[in-house]
Design a protein around this ligand. Sequence first.
Ligand SMILES: Nc1ncnc2c1ncn2[C@@H]1O[C@H](COP(=O)(O)OP(=O)(O)O)[C@@H](O)[C@H]1O
Ligand SMILES: [Mg+2]
Length: 374
Amino acid sequence: MPNTELYIGLMSGTSADCIDAAVANFANGHCQLIATQSSDISDLRTEIHALAQPGNNEIHRLCQLDRELGIRFAETVNQLLTNQQLSHSEIIAIGSHGQTIRHCPPSAETRHSFSLQIGDPNTIAQLTGITTVADFRRRDIALGGHGAPLVPAFHQAVFHKPGTTRAIINIGGIANITLLHSDIRQPILGYDTGPGNGLMDSWISRHMNQPYDGNGDWGRQGSVIAPLLHQLLNTPFLSHPAPKSTGRELFNIDWLDRQLTLLDQSCSPADVQATLLAFTAQTISNAVKSHSPQVSEIYLCGGGAHNSSLVEQISTLLTPSLISTTDELGIAGDWVEAVAFAWLARQTLGGKPGNDPAVTGARTASILGAIHPA
Ligand SMILES: Nc1ncnc2c1ncn2[C@@H]1O[C@H](COP(=O)(O)OP(=O)(O)O)[C@@H](O)[C@H]1O
Ligand SMILES: [Mg+2]
């Protein structure tokens, strides 16, 4: 291919649904999504989610999963290369986010903050023949930051438009917002807003044995339980100031069960799903509203952008703002996170910082990640 500077980004979020791989071309300072590949990892979801909580024989289970995911990440890349008739030698590097197993951000309760992503990058480099950059979050944590979210710096690089204040909202298992100021000299704002699809996924999985609530249809059928919604919205994390980040360590089904016990009234499963849908829509919308009236454009990405009930509720709550997806900005919403890790690998190899201290709370910007040569 003439004039190419190709990187692959690998992403697997807290939903643990798929490995997303994206080839991006950064030639001439532009970011162009070239090709994508998705591999189902739902067979590993139970074990991934189990490791997010303390349990038996963790070290052995974690190391097994680390290698298994490394192999799956590599196979996804190799499949992508085959499908696109690309050679490994045409790819400068892979940026692999890894699978988050525990995220423990700075807080008064923990002595040392940490964040652990697995999916062995040595295995990825070995099986693909491509230099692999991984472990992006821990350098930011070593600098006192949350190590998350890391995507806002990428959003700024590719989605910023002078004179327009844009909000980019990624709805994965957890949701995060990036606020890109019209004036590029203003600091970027970015933080986790709370749950994305994670709670809704867990609830429908328990009651209907489905991995997710397609288009939010089940949630739409139920009625919101107002006192439960009120109680959920009072979760302390939601009123914490940024920088802040969260994960399945907080917003998981055991937490939801405790909330239901506290409520002490019988609730139908469909009504609980309707309440989780409303809870997710409100926490996301409240984050945008807290920066009103500056925000003039709102773009969604991540799997939650396919949940039409969720998108409708967010749109209603944010009327008259118009909401669209990052597809309109040239990168399809399903692939923004994977492309972000391709970009982060490029930053690392270029000796450039990957974190934004204004977002993560780190003391300084830093080159992120560890490089595993081909
Ligand atoms: N058609 C759809 N309707 C409702 N939800 C959807 C749909 N498509 C995807 N999702 C949601 O998106 C999730 C995956 O989103 P993703 O951005 O990959 O999250 P993560 O980064 O946590 O892996 C699924 O678990 C599901 O909840
Ligand atoms: Mg996913």
